[in-house]
Design a protein around this ligand. Structure first.
Ligand code: A3P
Length: 290
């Protein structure tokens, strides 16, 4: 796994101290694949009764807090700087986020009945999203990689929590073997049909929407609250630094499928297609060409 030293420290604190509960929910992802969106959706689904999650309730946490505060990352927040917080008294279900690859989640999570929802995205778009992101957060005088240099590293697997194919395949295989424990989602599928995905996530988390809720428009309301336009526009998502030192607003760029066509040369398309072919071959995991 390719990680910064501070993240490695936090991951080892997590592996040493975290005690999973059967009711825990972990939102997992490879960076830049829709984590913020999935965190908001998961929080809304799970807490819709407890916090009266509705666009009419201006005090609901989705309008007043950043999704990364509502669903904190183990490696950036919970165990940041090697701290070991007492998590036992958090209200259940506890919601956490992580970019840690499945094999490194450690036994406590694997052996409990907690649920993991994983999101990934077409690597062409994930690369472009990461590229925009790293340009925005560029700090100090460290030299910025060119698009071509960053792309070469991406294709070699040198990317946060990568290689990206190992990351995706770890959760993919687990979702095939234990579908009640790991739900595997693709960003493109959520964009294509968010309504049925919201229902399937709720069912997976054992809190399905009732017919009455469907009639009342609860699903549409959550979709709107968590829409790209709404989330990007929220003040809590513009200001503040919920993850590391990154300004939240940098987490949102265009939120589109297929932006890679504006950045890839024919040679890059060929190279990444070959990497995907080689690495995902025979796994059953594939991405629709966009
Ligand atoms: P772009 O960089 O293509 O805009 P992550 O949350 O894992 O860092 O992923 C960031 C990507 O998810 C960004 O893609 C961002 O715009 C997109 N995103 C965030 N919230 C979204 C939402 N509510 N709907 C759709 N896409 C969203």
């Amino acid at each position: 796994m390719w990680c910064q030293p501070a993240e490695i420290q936090a991951i080892s604190a997590f592996q040493k101290h975290f005690q999973a509960k059967d009711s825990d929910i972990v939102v997992a992802s490879i960076p830049k694949s829709g984590t913020t969106w999935l965190k908001a959706l998961t929080f809304a689904i799970v807490n819709r009764h407890r916090f009266n999650i509705s666009s009419k309730n201006y005090n609901n946490p989705l309008l007043t807090s950043n999704p990364h505060d509502l669903v904190p990352f183990f490696e950036y927040k919970v165990y940041e700087k090697n701290q070991v917080p007492d998590l036992s008294k958090l209200p259940e279900p506890r919601l956490f986020g992580t970019h840690i690859p499945f094999p490194s989640l450690f036994n406590s999570i694997k052996e409990s009945n907690c649920k993991i929802i994983y999101i990934c995205r077409n690597p062409f778009d994930t690369f472009v999203s990461s590229w925009h992101f790293s340009n925005k957060i560029k700090q100090g005088s460290s030299p910025q990689l060119t698009l071509e240099e960053a792309f070469e590293m991406y294709c070699k697997g040198i990317v946060g929590f990568g290689p990206f194919w190992t990351h995706m395949l770890g959760y993919w295989k687990e979702s095939l073997e234990t579908p009640n424990k790991v739900q595997f989602l693709k960003y493109e599928d959520l964009k294509g049909d968010i309504n049925s995905h919201l229902k399937s996530i709720a069912k997976f988390l054992d809190c399905p929407f009732t017919l009455e809720e469907e009639r009342q428009g609860v699903i549409e309301d959550i979709i709107n609250l968590c829409s790209f336009k709404n989330m990007k526009g929220l003040e809590v998502n513009k200001s503040g630094k919920s993850i590391k030192n990154f300004d939240n607003k940098n987490l949102f760029s265009k939120g589109e499928i297929g932006d890679w066509v504006n950045h890839f040369s024919p040679g890059m398309v060929e190279k990444l297609s070959i990497v995907l072919e080689e690495k995902l071959c025979g796994s059953g995991l594939w991405f629709r060409p966009s």
